[in-house]
Design a protein around this ligand. Structure first.
Ligand code: FA5
Length: 341
């Protein structure tokens, strides 16, 4: 009897393990515990077992009942859970939204390609920079009033004996002398595109923005080369019909210095709400000051050079048809704006 019961238990456990639906499981439950189920019958017949064995068989039978009920209930839960995680692999998936490069990254790529096409080499210099590279080597000693225009962020670190304080670089011109030191002897054709920082924020100013700085140094470089480069860039970046003009200006590190304007695309130079008499301001430029060449250990009697530095965001905003009215929108995380460009 004992052996029959143990065999019955093992057989039932194996059958329960093989079931794959609740219906199959229910059939086994009925076969065991239904009115004429095997366990029910044995329970009924227990009274016919002789007295000596009855107690022992009774305990075994109870044990088997509990075991089988537990196994059935565990299997039933497993079947329910596996039904829940089942999914139809033939249903078409949801397409994830695909983003694109940020508009400033797109502008940087386009600007660097435009200059690389005519032999400029892309350079990168530290964003956290010594005062000497950002100002002093560019002909702006620490007490010079022109420094105020840069509204610099200073970093709270001990001063370097030669290079002074640390600053968040306020313009890419801080890469000029670094490039001269890196290359050593001209020719130099650098395009330095990097983040700049100033304590400014309004419609056309942002505390973190990008500039691109061109620097060309060689024998016999003149304003004609500067103007030719500016026109090349204007036509390639803004369109065939765009022109540039130079207005006299003052920067400590260039002599002579200019502000560069580009002809307005909306009124074709006739004057409109967006521009000043047909021209839009692009940024600064000029012939590299002899003192700056000297700071970079280049002989100003042998070499001359030009430099220009403009804001990436502002230049991009001037592209025809973009209509970006506020520089701050370019750094908002609003996808309704970002997905338009
Ligand atoms: C300079 O920074 C000079 N280093 C440019 C230069 C380079 C002159 C080489 C001569 C030779 P300026 O401060 O004007 O110049 O800035 C140049 C351009 O950077 C501006 O015309 C503007 O386009 C952009 N810019 C300046 N400040 C901000 C700002 N806070 N947010 C966004 N763009 C800015």
């Amino acid at each position: 009897m004992k052996e029959t019961l143990i065999n019955l238990k093992n057989q039932a456990i194996a059958q329960i393990g093989d079931t794959s639906t609740q219906e199959e499981l229910e059939t086994i439950r009925q076969e065991m515990f239904g009115r004429s189920g095997k366990i029910t019958k044995i329970t009924r017949e227990l009274k016919n077992v002789n007295k000596e064995e009855r107690k022992e068989i009774g305990i075994l039978l109870n044990d088997i009942k509990n075991t089988l009920q537990n196994v059935i209930s565990t299997k039933s839960n497993n079947l329910k859970n596996s039904t829940r995680t089942w999914f139809d692999v033939t249903i078409p998936g949801k397409k994830p939204k695909i983003g694109h490069l940020h508009l400033v990254t797109q502008a940087i790529d386009e600007i660097s390609k435009t200059f690389e096409n005519v032999g400029f080499v892309r350079a990168r210099y530290p964003e956290v920079e010594w005062d000497w590279f950002a100002f002093e080597s560019l002909n702006m000693p620490s007490d010079h009033a022109a420094r105020d225009e840069w509204e610099t962020f200073f970093v709270d670190t001990p001063k370097h004996p030669k290079f002074g304080s640390m600053v968040l670089t306020p313009h890419t011109s801080s890469g000029q002398v670094r490039e001269m030191m890196r290359v050593g002897s001209p020719p130099i054709r650098m395009i330095n595109i990097a983040k700049c920082y100033r304590r400014q924020i309004d419609v056309s100013h942002y505390p973190m923005f990008h500039q691109f700085e061109g620097l060309v140094i060689d024998k016999g470089i003149s304003i004609v080369n500067l103007k030719g480069t500016l026109d090349y860039f204007a036509k390639n970046f803004f369109g065939e019909n765009r022109k540039t003009r130079l207005r006299p200006y003052n920067f400590q590190f260039t002599e002579p210095s200019f502000e560069v304007d580009i002809s307005c695309d909306i009124c074709s130079g006739n004057g409109c709400k967006l521009c000043k008499e047909g021209w839009l301001e692009l940024g600064g430029a000029g012939m590299v000051h002899p003192d700056v060449l000297k700071a970079g250990k280049i002989d100003p009697k042998v070499y001359t050079g030009f430099a220009f530095g403009w804001g990436v965001e502002r230049t991009f905003m001037m592209k025809a048809g973009l209509n970006i009215p506020d520089i701050r929108l370019m750094y908002s995380s609003d996808l309704r704006i970002l997905t338009q460009y």
